[in-house]
Design a protein around this ligand. Sequence first.
Ligand code: SAM
Length: 288
Amino acid sequence: MKKVIATPSRTKEILETYQLFAKKNYGQNFLVEPGIVEKIARLAVISDHCAVFEIGPGIGALTQFLAEYAKEVTAFEIDDRLIPVLADTLQDQKNVTVIHGDFLEQDISMLMQAKQRQGLDVVVAANLPYYITTPILFKLFESPVAFQAITVMMQKEVADRFAAVPSTKEYNALSVLTQYRCHVKQLMKIPTEVFQPRPAVESAVVQFTFKPQRELQAGAEPQFYEMVKACFKQRRKTILNNYGEYCGDKQLARDILAAADIDAGIRAEALTLDRYLTLFSVQQERGL
Ligand code: SAM
């Protein structure tokens, strides 16, 4: 690695050279503390045969370290201004491919399978753009193909929610899906000073590892995810109202809830993952 990107002076130099400013609407907060960036890369690259998918490389601060430890890196960047910058800052990293586009619109399953056929472990690493943390995590957890690990930085407040238990306001559809699919570990807290520009709140690095066993057949999972999200659609409504809307038939919803031994008057946040799995299994029995 020739020049470390993740320092205040180098970041300033790159931004000035390309006459760039950090775009708030893309959640751009660049990392400028090399020690932390290196640590994240080391934790994210879990083996010596890893293909990393990086979401939002920015000017390449984390990408550069990921490329040192991994076999290869595929980095998805939405901001067209950064594409020529990355070609320049990462010119020495021959194992990096930058894909210009919105990560949420990428067909990652095809790409993952291609990497796995080459015998590579597929992992995700990112300093996430905070404005789309939740949709990105849904996309990753809903992937039919399992990642070996997902190591991402997010707002500390969001990271804390993964420990949320039912009947709390933090508990939501993402909590249920996370528990269904992953084990979660908060690896470190990150202060605001290590970013340029500084975000308003603290961050944390979280690692998700996929559970080896899945309760449902892979083919049934998309419907399960859809059902859970529908139950949380309007948090203040009862499960009967939300689930009834999803079923398109309130009486049928009432019958299924009763058969699953779920009180129709409670809210989605009161149900554990196990209860959702029971509800789904009764729903399947009814051919829905
Ligand atoms: N990885 C860099 C770092 O740590 O310094 C930049 C992180 S910055 C918090 C988030 C990055 O994600 C920005 O480069 C931003 O342009 C990019 N981004 C935002 N939305 C995106 C999307 N939908 N798909 C891909 N990249 C996105």
